[in-house]
Write a new protein. Structure first.
Length: 62
């Protein structure tokens, strides 16, 4: 048996097969939509690269 917690509401989820939780890793469609809304609202961000200030000027011709 696998035991995990929903990343949104921390509800424990116990299951044998992933097919038992179609919205995995979320416990419900509600939590899945909350997560999506956070991405759309830019509450989550992926770290990008820090390029030097003149990076684009040096590479314009390529």
């Amino acid at each position: 048996m696998t035991q995990v917690k929903c990343p949104i509401c921390d509800k424990p989820m116990n299951f044998q097969a992933r097919s038992e939780w179609p919205d995995f890793p979320f416990c419900s469609l509600r939590c899945k939509r909350i997560d999506l809304g956070r991405w759309f609202g830019e509450r989550y961000k992926l770290q990008g690269h820090d390029y030097p200030e003149d990076f684009h000027e040096e590479n314009e011709g390529e």
